[in-house]
Write a protein that binds this ligand. Structure first.
Ligand code: DUC
Ligand code: ZN
Ligand code: ZN
Length: 503
């Protein structure tokens, strides 16, 4: 067997184990051909010596917003995907967003497809954001989107005037997606709780950025998460609740999982590393807190962070995504929209943070690869599950992305051996087109030395980004796998076959 590339002498980490040191990965035609000891090289084989470092699967970031109409100062495909590979992410699943006035998904896909085509450094796919789920879209268009275009997941919002769906609409989508084997992602916050609190805050002239966190208390996420789970239970459909930040909301997920319901949960770096204190901004410049405005908001207490870390470790979270949804800070069309005639108005600040580049190194920094075992927050296999293998399987890329095994795309991250390679995150190191990073000053014990996408080195820490725009391929995804629980349950209190009377 002749290899194009051999990665020698790595410690390969999979979703279930850390393989013995010193193995080689043989790569042919962009795929992993085999894993072995002292694989033979030919004259044309390129060799990378991992020098005993950990080798993990290329990251799969399943929650990324690029080129969104509602974030004109955010990243487009070129800069967002460049930032991804520089931080060890080789696959991005981004959003094609329907607006309420769109009565068909075809022009939406065409529009987003055009923005991404030939622009991406990373492999990519789309989820649809559904804001106007007409009968025709659910009945006629979603099946074609799944079978012909490989778009097998949708995201729904329970809040935001321009996007929110009512419970009946959510149910309709859950039934449609279940029948098609599509995954439903949901943004769970109670719109009515939030809008009532905002009215009171504005009445009392409490409009600085920090009040964004006050406007969206944990209970708004707790209630909506429980409601979303109930809707999924009634429909007997799999669901993933995105960007979870609240201990109680996560406990609802955990409780559903113990009943074997197919309820998945995602969290993001900012909910594990940052607190609402950040939104207060600098003492002489409270508005700078706008840099940390995202929804759900950063929470108040270190106990909030700790409870989420426990759910990272114990398996409650299925995925760990960046929710990269940035806007520039120092730009009149970005976060400065929240400064109106010299008065801060938190409701006008575009929501969201950059994070596609820092996601994988931040989580890796809390594994035993970077910390003494007693201080580590999660194991290396759990790191692989959360950053790569689980999102790949959940979103229909199993067998191709997210694992280091023969037959998979050769998407790899090679870290620094031993305890070398610590980096303090700073804006100057980033490859996005945003003017700040919310993680400024946080030290990570390691940064990817190489990112490899389909057998090509696309990030080499000593040279920078060496991949090329347009190398990223569109991924037609298959049906997602249910990774926790299973369908086929009766909601509590229903008797056998009760659903058949109304389905
Ligand atoms: N939801 C997201 O998924 N991203 C950014 C903001 C939001 O509300
Ligand atoms: Zn959201
Ligand atoms: Zn998002």
């Amino acid at each position: 067997m002749e290899f194009d590339l051999i990665v020698r002498n790595g410690i390969i980490v999979t979703a279930s184990e850390i393989l013995q040191p010193g193995l080689d990965i043989g790569i042919t035609d962009g795929k992993i051909a085999c894993i072995g000891v002292s694989l033979p090289a030919s004259a044309k084989t390129h060799i990378i010596d991992a020098e005993g470092a950990y080798v993990t699967p290329g990251g799969v970031d399943s929650h990324v917003h690029l080129a969104q109409r509602n974030a004109p100062t955010g990243d487009g495909w070129e800069t967002g995907s460049r930032s991804a590979i520089a931080g060890g992410t080789t696959t991005i699943i981004a959003f094609a967003s329907q607006q309420k006035s769109d009565i068909s998904l075809y022009p939406v896909l065409e529009d987003y497809d055009k923005k991404a085509k030939d622009q991406s450094y990373a492999d990519y796919g789309f989820h649809f954001i559904l804001t106007n789920p007409t009968r025709e879209i659910l009945r006629d268009e979603l099946p074609v989107m799944a079978s012909e275009h490989g778009i097998t997941s949708v995201k729904l919002y329970m809040t935001y005037e321009a996007m929110k769906l009512n419970d009946r609409e959510v149910l309709n989508i859950l039934f449609a997606c279940k029948n098609l084997g599509m995954t439903t992602m949901i943004h769970a916050e109670s719109h009515d709780m939030i809008s009532m609190i905002i009215e009171g805050l504005e009445r009392n002239k409490n409009t600085e950025p920090y009040f964004h966190a006050v406007a969206r208390p944990r209970i708004a996420e707790d209630e909506a998460s429980y409601r979303a789970i109930s809707l999924a239970e009634l429909a007997d459909a799999p669901m993933l609740i995105v960007h979870m930040s609240s201990e109680v909301a996560v406990s609802h997920v955990r409780e559903a999982q113990t009943r074997l319901l197919p309820i998945h949960a995602e969290t993001c770096p900012h909910y594990l590393f940052l607190l609402s204190e950040e939104i207060k901004g600098k003492p002489h410049d409270h508005f700078s807190g706008a840099k940390h405005v995202c929804s759900p908001p950063l929470r108040h207490s270190p106990a909030d962070l700790e409870s989420l870390w426990q759910s990272v470790a114990n398996g409650t979270f299925t995925t760990f995504s960046s929710d990269h949804a940035p806007s520039k800070y120092d730009h009149p069309g970005g976060k400065q929209l929240g400064m109106v005639d010299g008065i801060p108005r938190f409701t006008k600040i575009p929501n969201g943070l950059p994070g596609v580049e820092t996601r994988v190194p931040l989580l890796f920094s809390r594994t035993p690869a970077c910390l003494p075992a007693e201080k580590a927050k999660l194991s290396l296999p759990r790191f692989v599950q959360l950053t790569a293998s689980n999102p790949a399987k959940l979103y229909g890329l199993g067998g191709r992305k997210g694992s280091i095994a023969p037959g998979f795309d050769a998407d790899l991250v090679i870290w620094h051996p031993g305890n070398t390679g610590a980096v303090t995150i700073s804006q100057g190191l980033m490859h996005h087109d945003i003017d700040y990073t919310p993680f400024e000053g946080i030290e990570v014990g390691n940064w990817p030395r190489y990112t490899i996408l389909r057998g090509q080195v696309v990030w080499d820490e000593s040279k920078g980004v060496v991949g090329s725009m347009g190398y990223g391929q569109y991924l037609k995804r298959g049906k997602g796998e249910v990774l926790t629980g299973k369908t086929g349950h009766l909601p509590r209190g229903m008797i056998e076959d009760e659903r058949k009377y109304w389905l």
